[in-house]
Ligand binder design. Structure first.
Ligand code: G6P
Length: 443
């Protein structure tokens, strides 16, 4: 029986990650018959869209795969009758990210894309746009799945569920992939022969590992990575691989994720960020240079495959995982993956209806999270503070309520409280005024 042809729409199609997405679909062409691919961007992204879109066409051609690629600035035209919509846009482009990093650092606080003040500000800019996309999807492709990898991916997923009233959404991140690779390296066992169980929030989850014989290997991996003698291993390209304090992490009896360094090693991470802020530039500024290099490569009419340089970006493997989710839904594979989805009681310590990042089975009905139960005190405390901060951030983003935004800033462990939080929030809102109509509606 021939399979139903699939139409995919990618919003933020001009992203430098797009070739990875295309590569992932080419790899799965036989199991997932994509016949139409629509890349959407905004006028400011037109040039990049054309460069990367033309490269995508070359990639399909070189692979001998039949797929029509459309490039458009008209989101509504693209969304009509889509089967899957993937989102990888960045409101305000990398310039906004650079401000998210530089303003808190100027005040001596962590400046990071998804953590601290920067992460909350990115949520304020992104959530109204995703809610708008969902509004269009309700009208133009009511049966489609939304696969989001726009950051902050967990908060964006929760906003879609709670404020968008849209159930068919799955959020995705590449951090677990870095953790699989780390474990496989330490144990010298192929990833596929290990079983991982993750639970927590996006960029804030813990995990446990078992081998094929059913033996738990969590502590072996922990020792192999964070024992003072162990060799440093970088799980994702954008996070400095400072070693966690051995006694503290081993007491967790689970593995932390790469982003836990912002909370468990705050001083070291902040010191490093300040050094870069005063020197080579913050991560967004470094990424701007990598992007220029990548787009120069993408312009080459002879380039028809994903270049090696893309692995310098922290988000490597993201898009491939997105393709796997789509194929798992389409083929009802019930594949186990780590995704952001509604908790539904899988994590006891946070609300039933919030988004968590967790191991789940992915099939025709979307994600079914696997029960993770209760977390020990050390994990639970941080998890609950961060979830409350996320809830407040999402509410502020969706409603434009200033007091709620200030409450989120006050609660965030990487932002100072009181008047310092207010000064920072005010300065960041003002710097983002063009992208935050919800906070300036009375002006
Ligand atoms: C990580 C995160 C992603 C994030 C990326 C940033 O791997 O999981 O959510 O987008 O890093 O990487 P960049 O190269 O943009 O700093």
């Amino acid at each position: 029986m021939s399979k139903k042809p699939v139409k995919i729409v990618t919003i933020g199609g001009g992203s430098s990650y797009t070739p990875e997405l295309v590569e992932g679909f080419i790899k799965r062409y036989d199991e997932l018959p994509i016949r139409e691919f629509w890349f959407v961007d905004i006028p400011e992204g037109k040039e990049k869209l054309e460069i990367v879109g033309t490269m995508a066409k070359r990639m399909f051609e070189a692979a001998g795969k039949d797929c029509t690629v459309h490039l458009t600035l008209d989101r509504r035209e693209a969304l009509k009758d889509a089967d899957f919509v993937t989102t990888q846009f960045r409101v305000g482009l990398l310039e906004a990210r650079a401000r998210d990093e530089r303003i808190p650092l100027k005040h001596g606080m962590m400046g990071q894309e998804t953590n601290g003040a920067g992460g909350m500000m990115k949520a304020f800019r992104t959530i109204p746009v995703i809610l708008d996309i969902v509004k269009d999807m309700k009208e133009l492709c009511p049966d489609a799945w939304l696969i989001n990898f726009t950051n902050p991916a967990g908060m964006v997923t929760e906003a879609v569920l709670k404020y968008g009233g849209w159930e068919k959404v799955i959020g995705l991140c590449n951090v677990p992939i870095g953790q699989y690779k780390a474990a496989a390296k330490v144990l010298d066992i192929p990833e596929e022969e290990l079983t991982f169980k993750f639970g927590g929030l996006n960029h804030l989850h813990w995990h446990r590992i078992w081998d094929n014989s059913g033996k738990e290997r969590t502590m072996d991996v922990l020792e192999g990575l964070y024992n003072p003698e162990a060799e440093n291993f970088s799980e994702v390209a954008n996070i400095k691989n400072f070693k966690f304090v051995h006694e503290q992490v081993r007491n967790l009896e689970m593995l932390p994720c790469a982003y836990h360094r912002y909370y468990y090693l705050t001083d070291e991470m902040l010191k490093k960020q300040l050094e870069e802020y005063n020197g080579i530039g913050t991560r967004a500024e470094q990424v701007q240079k990598i992007e220029e290099e990548l787009f120069e490569l993408y312009k080459d009419p002879n380039l028809d495959h994903k270049p090696e340089q893309l692995s310098k970006r922290g988000g490597a493997y993201y898009s491939d995982a997105a393709c796997e989710i789509i194929s798992s839904i389409y083929n009802d594979k019930k594949q186990m993956m780590v995704v952001s989805t509604r908790n539904n009681g899988a994590l006891d310590d946070v609300p039933y209806d919030c988004a968590v990042e967790i191991s789940a089975y992915i099939g025709a009905n979307g994600a079914t999270p696997i029960n993770f139960g209760e977390l020990p005190s050390a994990q639970r405390g941080l998890l609950q503070v961060m979830k409350s901060m996320e809830e407040l951030t999402i509410k502020a983003a969706a409603t434009g309520c200033y007091d709620t935004a200030l409450q989120a800033f006050t609660l965030n462990p990487l932002v100072t409280s009181g008047y310092g939080a207010k000064v920072l929030l005010d300065e960041m809102l003002e710097a983002n005024k063009d992208f935050l109509p919800q906070f300036f509606k009375n002006n």
